[in-house]
Design a protein around this ligand. Structure first.
Ligand code: PLP
Length: 392
């Protein structure tokens, strides 16, 4: 039968406890999640700064729609780039101190665009083992050679780079990619040593800062600045608007020349409809808020400290993540799912993250803290986790 793998693989996913489906939620993102007729405390969203339903941003979206309309009407090189898109690019340049910016509809598409655009045979791509699926999959679409280095292990990266330096068949351009804050682990990349190593081997460095922008660094400038390196000294900085900025879409920042090259040669950039102007207008306001409202980062820090302290006091083992992403590694997929389900019955929504999103044997509860929480919410969550883990 044609395409019978569809039925077989779905059945296999069911058997392994790895089947996935979306849950339909009502209302806006926030402290609470409403599913069917139940309400849960939401510890699952990437809305770290609590912006996804901010009243000011909802107003901005409405005003943006009135001023500029809802659809861009075309791709960026046709009618799809108007002054709201320009204002967004300008705001990002000012805030992040980068030279130039290209907008994309999603981080997924931005990552695919960059890898497909810049690398071919005999080029080499070095990726942290825990990089996001969009980066890993993009490598499969390119004819470059990919090498994965052990998570956050610059010595391993360096050994791979030195082998490639000696090989005459692998003498193309080299690109190193790491996430800034790792999406499923919450730990941060050693961007300064990655940067020095890239320089030593004449490689470029790209940081995917989907979970760092707005959250870490002075004025929320992200993981690169947090490591003491100016964003403009990095060859490629990529981040999304759908996480801490609470909206959606993404951008790539780099030299004017790199961005001109994207504008002229990147198919996902050229052949895709521009972000809705009302959305670009909203993201610009969100970026301004993320830059200036330090209280959001300060509050998040308090919640992170409360979470870690309370959990440690109860003997719950944590990873060393210091960010808003606080995983609790369980190991077994089915068990992780059961724990998440029990937490739901107690009124807490966390996500059971299972393979293939994370490595086999490292299924986890992915807990995310956001500015929408109060300290007491976090204490209640940790108490519930303690009860579930200890069957009390
Ligand atoms: C979410 C995410 C992306 C994809 O961004 P979207 O805008 O959601 O498509 C890319 N990289 C990382 C690390 C992410 O977490």
């Amino acid at each position: 039968m044609a395409f019978d793998f569809i039925t077989e693989q779905l059945a296999e996913r069911h058997r392994q406890g790895l089947y996935r489906c979306s849950t339909s939620m009502s209302g806006a993102q926030g402290r609470l999640l409403h599913v069917a007729d139940k309400t849960y405390l939401n510890f699952s969203s990437n809305d770290y700064l609590g912006m996804a339903a901010d009243p000011k941003l909802i107003k901005a979206w409405q005003k943006g729609a009135e001023l500029y309309g809802i659809g861009s009407g075309g791709s960026y090189l046709v009618t799809g780039f108007n002054q709201t898109h320009q204002a967004l690019c300008d705001q990002l340049k000012l805030w992040l101190g980068v030279e130039s910016v290209a907008l994309f509809s999603s981080g997924y598409s931005a990552n695919q665009a960059i890898i497909k655009l810049l690398l071919k045979k005999p080029d080499l791509l070095f990726q942290d083992k825990l990089n996001h699926a969009s980066l890993m999959e993009a490598a499969l679409l390119s004819d470059c050679t990919m090498r994965r280095f052990k998570h956050n292990n610059v010595d391993h990266l360096e050994s791979l780079l030195s082998i490639s330096n000696k090989s005459s068949t692998l003498d193309g351009n080299k690109l190193i990619i790491s996430e800034g804050v790792f999406s499923m682990d919450g730990d941060t990349a050693p961007v300064n040593t990655l940067h020095a190593t890239a320089k030593k081997y004449d490689a470029w460095l790209m940081i995917d800062d989907a979970h760092g922008l707005g959250v870490v660094g002075e004025n929320g400038k992200g993981s690169v600045e947090a490591c003491g390196i100016a964003n403009k000294n990095l060859q490629i900085y990529m981040a999304t608007f759908g996480k801490a900025l609470g909206v959606g879409g993404a951008f790539v920042a780099g030299s004017k020349e790199l961005i001109n090259y994207i504008n002229n040669f990147s198919k996902p950039y050229i052949y895709s409809t521009g972000l809705p102007p009302a959305m670009a207008y909203t993201i610009t306001q969100a970026a301004k808020m993320a830059e200036t409202q330090d209280w959001r980062r300060d509050k998040l820090q308090v919640l992170i400290t409360t979470f870690r302290k309370t959990a440690t006091n109860l003997g719950i083992s944590l990873t060393d993540s210091q960010t808003a992403i606080q995983p609790i590694i369980i190991g077994d997929s089915v068990k992780t799912l059961q724990i998440a389900d029990k937490l739901k019955t107690l009124g807490f929504w966390t996500t059971a993250i299972r393979p293939p999103t994370v490595a086999v044997g490292t299924a986890r509860l992915r807990i995310t803290l956001t500015v929408n929480h109060e300290e007491n919410d976090v204490v209640q969550l940790v108490n519930a986790i303690y009860r579930v883990l200890n069957d009390k």
